[in-house]
Write a protein that binds this ligand. Structure first.
Ligand SMILES: Nc1ncnc2c1ncn2[C@@H]1O[C@H](COP(=O)(O)OP(=O)(O)OP(=O)(O)O)[C@@H](O)[C@H]1O
Length: 288
């Protein structure tokens, strides 16, 4: 957005100042502690993170480092401790205010087995109060793009793993929010399906231009998809590293064999492994 500033005298400004857009999401000193005093678990500590409008950010970290806790706080499902704040487009969000403002897809696809693919896809819209007919029209328009045309009246058990994930993603996209959180959406898929789904998701993202925060355990996936890869430390999870990925888009699968990709991977792998070893060490200390 451009704003012309008028100097005090009221004469027209001689130059235009540009104000960069506000970050879509800002986490400022975000903490989450579970339990009381001596039995307290600090799941997330002093997290500072900024995500720009339209950015695709991938989040990676060792098991149990607090990724899902962070995700739940951003989705408005869990209140952060009062130390810090979460801002959406520059506006601080008080308790409960975030709920419903961000679309999210949890780790499990949560498709209802007794509902058809179409009825699963429209679920979030129905909950929002969109009339059933309108919800169905909106969903039907997305079926070809999500590779599900012809499967509208199928039931989840009749679909492959990749198709189920596409139904869950379609439901998330249909819940029309500018920001989408995806918690390991491809974690359970075989390598080939996963690679296909990654390319497909980038394609969808390029067309719909939502802001995405994507949790993964896979470093290649994090680099291939992301504009920025964020590495979380071992619990209590904080941001250890935020690495911008300048690989050109659209990204071809062969990018993973380029020296640039391999160099980024080497750096990130060292960082993630250091944290995983801490988790591993801590588990060893408490073992009987
Ligand atoms: N409701 C809760 N009560 C108490 N402790 C919790 C609660 N939720 C999470 N924790 C603890 O907080 C820590 C972070 O958990 P979280 O599920 O956020 O990690 P994660 O990084 O998503 O793990 P994974 O990668 O294995 O899915 C863990 O030690 C977990 O046991």
């Amino acid at each position: 957005m451009m704003h012309a500033r008028l100097p005090h005298g009221g004469a027209p400004a001689t130059r235009l100042d540009t104000h960069p857009p506000l970050p879509h999401l800002q986490l400022v000193n975000v903490w989450k502690r579970f339990g009381e005093a001596s039995r307290q678990t600090v799941a997330v500590s002093k997290v500072d993170l900024s995500i720009e409008p339209g950015e695709f950010v991938t989040l990676i970290g060792p098991s149990g480092c607090g990724k899902s806790t962070l995700f739940n706080m951003i989705a408005g499902l869990l209140p952060p401790d009062p130390d810090g704040s979460i801002l959406l487009s520059g506006k601080p969000q008080r308790d409960g205010e975030l709920l419903g403002k961000i679309a999210f897809m949890p780790q499990k696809d949560l498709l209802f087995p007794w509902r058809t693919v179409l009825d699963n896809a429209t679920l979030a819209l129905e909950v929002e109060g969109v009339p059933r007919r309108r919800a169905r029209e909106k969903a039907m328009a997305l079926f070809p793009e999500f590779g599900l045309k012809g499967f509208e009246t199928h039931y989840p058990h009749q679909l492959s793993g990749g198709m189920r994930q596409r139904v869950a993603l379609m439901r998330t996209f249909l819940f029309e929010r500018d920001m989408i959180l995806l918690d390991e959406p491809f974690g359970a898929l075989d390598a080939l399906t996963r690679a296909m789904m990654q390319r497909w998701l980038l394609d969808i993202w390029a067309r719909h231009r939502r802001t995405v925060l994507f949790i993964t355990h896979d470093i290649d996936e994090a680099i291939f998809l992301g504009d920025k890869v964020v590495v979380m430390s071992a619990r209590p999870g904080s941001i250890k590293l935020a690495e911008p990925i300048h690989l050109p888009r659209p990204r071809d699968p062969s990018v993973v064999t380029t020296p640039e990709f391999i160099e980024i991977k080497r750096r990130l792998l060292a960082s993630v492994e250091e944290e995983s070893l801490k988790t591993f060490g801590a588990a060893g200390e408490t073992a009987p």
